[in-house]
Design a protein around this ligand. Structure first.
Ligand code: NAD
Length: 270
């Protein structure tokens, strides 16, 4: 099924001379948004926010729960079980989405893992697994979706990085390296694809209230001690990260390209 009558509004991706109302800029009712790692956490919250503003969603996760989660957001959406680190699966997922909806307007590369280990104890298996999901998975989806966006001369790509891309965090060797890689990748794609009508940006959250973050490796005393170092005195909520993704995908952010929106309560400012 191709979404009919769904031409992006004239202001979207255009030069800023055109005046937008906030409502117009944040209306996604004509847009197809693909989000990876959407079964829970930040990805799910982002899916909820786009759905509430009318987007048609393609939700991807390695967890089968993605089908149920997608159904709960409405019947117009598509759910796909896929491992973002598997090239064949990524290629076929993008093909299925394009065949069904005709295009992808926004890609949110959100799937990520964060296994921890001291540097001297980090195995090549842990290193490879982290790079495969966090960096290669984002690259594969951006490349495949990017090809279609280039043909249409429009698109928004949002890559989930982390405060870990900017500063050292104990035990986060592979994670920090993978997220720094995400920022490097974001900048190159922004430079190459900006002239083709596509913006590519990143978001770098501090610890977020999810299974991977506040309820995972940052639970307990480690988290309590870390929180004291965040100027705003708390961890972030998934919806606060979702809001940055909405902004980057919106008509209000047409001139934002190659940027890294840091949502860390000021932690990395110190
Ligand atoms: N939570 C935090 O504190 C925090 C902070 C900074 C950045 N981030 C980043 O935000 C993103 C989302 O994190 P979250 O906290 O919501 O995590 P989460 O663990 O709550 O959710 C991650 C989702 O990604 C899916 N996923 C994992 N590996 C996958 C794979 N190979 N293929 C497909 N799906 C896969 C999981 O099944 C899950 O549904 C990640 O990229 C993470 O690195 C999180």
């Amino acid at each position: 099924m191709v979404v009919t009558g769904c031409h992006s509004p004239p202001f979207f991706f255009q030069e800023t001379k055109i005046q937008l109302s906030i409502e117009q800029a944040f209306d996604f009712s004509n847009q197809v948004v693909l989000i990876t790692g959407a079964a829970t956490g930040i990805g799910f919250s982002t899916a909820q926010q786009f759905a509430e503003r009318g987007a048609t969603l393609v939700l991807v996760d390695r967890d089968e729960k993605i089908h149920e989660v997608t159904q709960a957001l409405g019947t117009r959406h598509l759910s796909l079980v896929a491992d973002v680190s598997n090239e064949e699966t990524v290629v076929s997922s993008v093909t299925i989405a394009i065949e069904k909806f005709g295009r992808i307007d926004v890609l949110v590369n959100n799937a990520g893992i964060g296994p921890l280990s001291k540097s001297e104890e980090t195995t090549s298996a842990l290193w490879d697994a982290t790079m495969a999901v966090n960096l290669k998975g984002s690259f594969l989806f951006a490349r495949e979706v990017g090809k279609h966006m280039i043909l249409r001369k429009r698109g928004r790509i949002i890559n989930m990085a982390s405060q870990a891309a900017l500063v050292a965090l104990d035990g986060h060797l592979a994670y920090c390296a993978s997220k720094a890689g995400v920022l490097g990748m974001t900048r190159v794609m922004a430079q190459e694809w900006g002239p083709l009508g596509i913006t590519v940006n990143a978001i770098s959250p501090t610890v977020v209230d999810t299974e991977l973050g506040a309820r995972g490796s940052w639970a307990g005393e480690i988290g309590a001690a870390f929180k004291k170092k965040i100027p705003t005195g708390r961890f972030a909520l998934p919806v606060e990260i979702a809001m940055s993704a909405l902004y980057l995908a919106s008509g209000a952010a047409a001139m934002v390209n190659g940027a890294n929106i840091v949502v860390d309560g000021g932690y990395t400012a110190g």
